[in-house]
Design a protein around this ligand. Sequence first.
Ligand code: 6PG
Length: 242
Amino acid sequence: MASPLRTDIHVSEDLEKLSLRAAEIFVSCSGESITSKKNFRAALSGGSTPKRLHALLASEPFRSRVDWRGVEVFFGDERCVPPEHRDSNFGAANEALLSRVPARAHRILGELPPREAALRYEEEVRRAFGFEAGVPSLDLVYLGLGADGHTASLFPGTAALDETERLAVEVYVERLESWRVTLTLPVLNAARKVVFLVSGRAKAEIVREVIAGPDGGYPASLVRPTGGSVLWLLDRAAASLL
Ligand code: 6PG
């Protein structure tokens, strides 16, 4: 029997206020981590929802509240495209944030063949953690939620959901007819803090299913961090069916 998971929910009026809340979390988590262990390792989510968060972190007052030299940025997933491609999660985060702050970024090499990109990313993650034994524990992981219940690039019905050894895997997404690279559940569930960012009425049904419904086996429902809790930052529209 899985250990009980505490689901904390914070509803903001709109995406702007949700993003401000998410930025405050980044500032506080990074401050605590850097104070205690001189580094802060966070994974950014992809898609459109986090774009405002990234822009906020690159601008005042948030920019100067983070000791960026101690920050290492990872990605929860990436589309298998070059970084300059319009679909690249790194490309978007680099334009909005990473090119504007002295953080160290660990990019998924989307321009490589998918399996090679996944293997290289796993090696990069392990190296960043000094090849510590076991599953690396990121300090903070932001995640998005797709209308089908996917998170990162852990899509329903893919073998990625069953991966227990690898830290990152390549995923072919039939519906999108495209390849992705994603962190696996062992990594997401080893994170110290997991924060879902979900905005918009189009996500209200899946939010209700994942948070309040019977265990529908959605990929997002499999995110059960050993720390025992998940924080959902929702705007009013995404929370409208809760
Ligand atoms: C990606 C993501 C994916 C995303 C959700 C929500 O690469 O697309 O990591 O999991 O977070 O699909 O996307 P939106 O924020 O665009 O709705």
